[in-house]
Design a protein around this ligand. Structure first.
Ligand code: 4AD
Ligand code: MG
Length: 464
């Protein structure tokens, strides 16, 4: 017999021959007339499949009647027209096999709505809820679309290292990677650490960005992108920060800042377009239950051009606002979430790209504009989430880069290979990083970033 997914079963016309479906029981109702309705979900789509279990099944009294939420079953039978409301078809069971029971008393997922805080504590089970099932499917579709988008534009998917000696962003938010016997050293009251003794013979960390290595590959292959995990030991317990998150980083030789912004805008629109056309059921769920109006917002974004404003203008707009912000809005200060949200939600009511930031607040690798006050950086800001993408044209002039490194206290010895790229056939190039969870957060309307990654890592929290 054919085994099919619930998604497929729901599409079969009434009167289709018997199939087998497998999944987890969401609800069971027993009718007084001696049969039961069992709704199962198998993760293949948001909707469940109704299974009608007649009293005549050989294990009806012994097993089926005892089924409850969370049990897993396999059911076989024809797909028939459903009498009830809410579904066109149902499966009329000729056989039900109980695969795994779930103790109804102990099973933490009940039919009622649970708070997201509660669900975080049972992350191993929360993918069985409507919301997290939908989040996981949306992540999958977006991941596939990331590859489609870049592959269609002749970007090669490259793999950059996760263990690195470099602090790309220069922010010092690094997780150390070591095999040194820290407990032993501490127990012996050892003060200094000798990294020559460490596994790699030098200090190493988990990467905060694959950009620097991606630049090396772009300066050979032309256009490349990475899509991998990224680690930041920032001690920010906010709804937009994770200690481990996924980043998409394209890098393109011969690109300038304008082309970089065009790429970022086209990329976001492509991702949103895929969701609206291929994830309609899940998006309708987010629209109804999580963030009313999100589908219309996304449609509007697809149809409009992103506003692009230099940092100077962003500052002018913030200073002209009657709003009192917590953080300073004077020229030279970085934009904070409250500023980003004000610009996107109130001034422009849509995505905004802010470019040409003060060189003082940006990392060493960004292209320095004439006069030296600003660099060719760009951030894509969106309503609610704030910064979704951060990128720049890279400094490809050897002398200028050397100077910038000195200014920022970056050791040129450690970045010798990176400087080499500017010594041997240097070319203008640009790229950006999109925080994948910020994207998922933005398109689903989920409030907390911890609820758009299956097993979140945040300060003081690394369970599962
Ligand atoms: O702006 P960021 O720090 O840029 C870079 O790392 C560049 N090297 C990227 C590049 O040009 N190749 O980070 C890029 C994006 C941010 O815009 C944000 O969306 C996301 O990564 N991000 C985080 N997402 C979740 N949790 C965190 N702690 C994040 N930090 C950054
Ligand atoms: Mg940034």
């Amino acid at each position: 017999m054919e085994t099919i997914l619930v998604r497929e079963a729901l599409r079969r016309p009434p009167g289709s021959p018997a199939v087998r479906v497998q999944g987890w029981v969401r609800t069971k109702r027993d009718s007084k007339a001696g049969f039961s309705f069992i709704e199962i979900n198998d993760g293949s789509c948001l909707a469940g499949l109704q299974i009608v279990a007649e009293g005549g099944l050989e294990n009806y009294a012994s097993e089926v009647l005892g089924l409850g939420t969370g049990c897993s079953i396999s059911a076989e039978g024809p797909i028939v027209a459903s009498q009830g409301r809410g579904q066109a078809v149902e499966l009329r069971a000729e056989r039900i096999q109980v695969l795994g029971l779930a103790d109804a008393e102990a099973y933490p997922l009940q039919k009622k709505r649970h708070s997201f805080e509660f669900l975080r504590r049972i992350a191993h089970l929360r993918a069985r809820t409507n919301t997290f099932g939908a989040v996981c499917r949306v992540r999958n579709l977006l991941s596939r679309t990331v590859h489609d988008f870049f592959q269609e534009r002749d970007f090669y998917y490259v793999h950059t290292p996760l263990i690195t000696p470099m602090d790309c962003e220069g922010a010092g938010e690094l997780f150390r990677v070591t095999t040194l016997d820290l407990e032993g050293l501490a127990a012996r009251g050892h003060g200094g650490l000798d990294f020559a003794e460490d596994f790699f013979g030098r200090p190493t960390y988990l990467t905060v960005s694959g950009q620097l290595e991606a630049e090396a590959l772009a300066c050979a292959l032309g256009r490349v992108y990475t899509f991998g995990p990224t680690f930041r030991a920032e001690n920010s317990n906010t709804a937009r920060h994770l200690s481990e998150f996924w980043m998409v980083e394209p890098e393109a030789a011969f690109y300038d800042l304008d082309q970089d912004m065009d790429l970022a805008e086209g990329f976001l629109k492509r991702l949103i377009g895929a969701l609206l056309s291929q994830a309609q059921e899940d998006m309708a769920f987010f629209d109804q239950r999580i963030q009313p109006g999100i589908v219309d917002t996304l449609k509007q974004i697809l149809e409009s051009d992103f506003r692009r404003i230099p940092y100077d203008e962003a500052i002018r707009l913030l200073e002209a606002s009657s709003r009192s912000f917590e953080y300073p809005t004077a020229w030279g200060h970085d934009l904070q979430t409250e500023h980003e949200r004000y610009l996107t939600e109130e001034v422009f009511q849509g995505p905004v790209i802010v470019y040409n930031y003060p060189s003082r607040i940006k990392p060493f690798y960004m292209y320095v504009n004439d006069g030296g006050e600003t660099v060719r950086a760009m951030d894509v800001l969106v309503p609610r989430t704030g910064e979704l993408i951060g990128g720049s044209q890279r400094e490809h002039r050897f002398e200028v880069l050397e100077e910038r490194m000195e200014e920022k206290g970056v050791d040129p010895e450690a970045y010798g290979w990176y400087l080499d790229l500017r010594r041997f056939g240097s070319v203008p190039h640009a790229g950006f990083g999109l925080g994948f969870e910020r994207l998922v957060q933005f398109v689903t309307g989920m409030t907390n970033i911890r609820d758009v990654i299956p097993f979140p890592r945040t300060p003081k929290s690394a369970e599962f």
